[in-house]
Design a protein around this ligand. Structure first.
Ligand SMILES: C[S@@+](CC[C@H](N)C(=O)[O-])C[C@H]1O[C@@H](n2cnc3c(N)ncnc32)[C@H](O)[C@@H]1O
Length: 231
């Protein structure tokens, strides 16, 4: 008999092992997956796949999936969870676009770390990698958006999630700046994240589109799924 616990997450008929050091799916993960539509045969890349929830579901829907993460335990989890669910996912270790240099996809998607991080508060552990989005929340997303045109097929789509305090108008402008046509795919009201309360002053300082109440504690936050389409 072993004394080591086994944490499982099950959703939509799939089962996922939650390994040590890999963030279990949260409300944002489910919101992201619910609005990630892929067609059979499409080449799909997920950047920052965590334990592989979206990647495995996309593979189950018939897509040819590559999934990356910067944390080795996450990449192992993606491989293990693909096996567990009887699908193929090409799991690769590395930062942002590095693992897919020179490759193009029909869909690139990410539910990235995006919690704005006050100066001096970043760390280099797995939990920080899952949450911290640099000073304004856009650290990884900016790089994903910048690289998207050279990794998307014609007619391809970049799909990502944001908290409203990152700025909806900002998101549209960033996509337009690289030639992608922006569109809001979905909006959902979620509980305000615990880590957001710890950083509320910083969030108010970067909230240029005034989405947060100026006084008192917010109870909820709006989240969006955004698409940028390549012509
Ligand atoms: C918010 S979690 C999302 C995990 C999963 N996709 C989900 O929706 O539950 C963000 C993930 O991005 C990974 N990540 C952070 N920085 C990265 C980078 N520079 N390149 C690739 N992945 C990164 C983290 O390790 C983490 O697994």
């Amino acid at each position: 008999m072993t004394d080591v616990p086994l944490l499982l997450f099950t959703w939509r008929g799939s089962v996922f092992r939650v390994a040590d050091g890999v963030q279990p799916p949260k409300a944002g993960s489910l919101f992201f997956c619910r609005h990630l539509t892929v067609r059979p045969g499409e080449r799909v890349l997920e950047i920052g796949a965590g334990l592989g929830l979206a990647a495995v579901l996309a593979a189950r829907a018939g897509a040819i999936v590559t999934a990356t993460d910067v944390i080795p335990a996450a990449v192992e989890s993606i491989r293990a969870n693909a096996l567990l669910n009887g699908v193929a996912v090409d799991a690769r270790l590395g930062d942002a676009w590095a693992p897919v240099a020179g490759e193009r996809f029909h869909v690139v998607c990410t539910n990235p770390p995006q919690m704005p991080t006050p100066p001096g508060r970043d760390r280099d552990d797995a939990e920080a990698a899952a949450d911290n989005g640099g000073p304004d929340g856009w650290a990884l997303l900016d790089r994903v958006i910048e690289g998207a045109p050279e990794h998307l097929e014609r007619g391809g789509r970049l799909i990502f999630s944001i908290f409203e305090f990152l700025g909806l108008k900002n998101a549209h402008e960033k996509l337009e700046a690289v030639g992608l046509a922006p569109r809001v795919v979905a909006r959902e009201t979620q509980s305000f994240p615990r880590i957001g309360y710890e950083r509320l002053d910083h969030l108010r300082a970067i909230d240029r589109e005034a989405s947060l109440p100026a006084h008192g504690l917010p109870r909820t936050v709006e989240r969006y799924i955004i698409e940028g389409a390549r012509a």
